[in-house]
Design a protein around this ligand. Structure first.
Ligand code: MTE
Length: 316
């Protein structure tokens, strides 16, 4: 598996603390942020037009972490999106001309009402909320990100899953004409991830359409991705084109490429090390010292009950 080990992360890839955005500057709005943030990659200008999300609402307190936010520049330039290259800075550079309109998500499988959703429909399906979540990458770094979206359950309700729907597969775009990384056999494309039905229905699971009050930037999975905050970041597939309800546990792209390292559940768990490194601590991008990793990435109150009676060492 080519996800970089924590030790491989160069010090220059870690943004200095001085680039931190505090919550007050966030309240000044996205325009001020663009000026105030400073760049992780000077010169890596965004060709993608930035567009505000109309009618964005604040989320209930349960979805709004009170921790300093990572900057827009950190979030868009320190990225894993292998379809655009395996270096953290590749996706920002290589996704500038990525076409996200028109965009359709096909929803099919064990549902009574299979159908497609255009991206404009998805933007109107439910009120779009700003939710501040931690993202913990399996490589032992983390960020705090102001996402925009609504619970995935809103979309699931629309298609009426049958009693046979036990899991959901998420397939993301693999277009070699637009995505240079897809020519690299680092994974078997397309990138496929999955959730158990009750995990997908948990209100924390976010169908994500934006960040920092704007439509999703290309490096972060435009125009629609998942964010599952109690699992390692790789469960949150980017640029989703197909959602399939199935009876049997899907084999995900990472399980296929390294089954001894990546299980289906992939819950953030400081007690279960990755076979090649510890998961006990993490580096918040922008900070120097590591911090303890929290069980379920700090969301245990909301999700621990989903796994009652399961051995989380076996079901890693
Ligand atoms: N989705 C796709 N399609 N391709 C990817 O390579 N990388 C995953 C996940 N989703 C990935 C993906 C990994 S490893 C992480 S940590 C998160 O995206 C990172 O999301 P972010 O870059 O927006 O923080």
């Amino acid at each position: 598996m080519l996800i970089k080990r924590p030790d491989d992360i160069r010090p220059s890839e870690i943004t200095p603390r001085s680039l931190y955005e505090d919550r007050r500057s966030f309240m000044l709005g996205a325009g001020a942020l663009a000026l105030a943030g400073g760049g992780v990659l000077p010169g890596a200008a965004h060709a993608q037009a930035r567009e505000k999300i109309a009618g964005l609402r604040p989320a209930p307190a349960a979805y709004t972490l009170k921790e300093p936010l990572n900057t827009y520049e950190q979030i868009t330039s320190y990225v894993n999106f292998y379809e655009f290259g395996t270096d953290k800075s590749d996706p920002l550079r290589n996704s500038k001309n990525f076409r996200t309109r028109p965009w359709t998500v096909v929803v099919e499988g064990e549902v009574r009402k299979p159908r497609s959703f255009g991206i404009e429909e998805l933007l109107k399906l439910a009120p779009v909320e700003e939710r501040i979540y931690r993202l913990r990458c399996v490589e032992a770094w983390s960020m705090v990100i102001p996402w925009a979206g609504y619970s995935l359950s809103e979309l699931i309700k629309q298609v009426e899953p049958t009693a046979n729907a036990k899991f959901i597969e998420f397939h993301t775009l693999a277009d070699p004409k637009q995505m240079p990384g897809v020519k690299d056999p680092v994974l078997q494309w397309p990138y496929v991830e999955g959730l158990r039905m009750d995990e997908a229905m948990n209100p924390l699971s976010l169908l994500c359409l934006g960040l920092y009050g704007e439509l999703l930037p290309n490096p972060n999975g435009a125009p629609v991705r998942l964010v599952v905050p109690w699992k390692y970041g790789f469960k949150s597939g980017k640029s989703i084109v197909r959602i399939r309800f199935v009876e049997n546990m899907p084999t995900t792209a990472w399980m296929r490429s390294a089954p001894s390292e990546y299980g289906f559940y992939s819950n953030v768990n400081p007690k279960v090390d990755h076979p090649r490194w510890s998961q006990a601590r993490e580096r918040r991008i922008g900070e120097f010292f590591k911090r303890e990793t929290l069980m379920f990435n700090g969301y245990a109150d909301q999700v621990a009950s989903l796994y009652t009676g399961m051995d989380l060492r076996k079901n890693f």
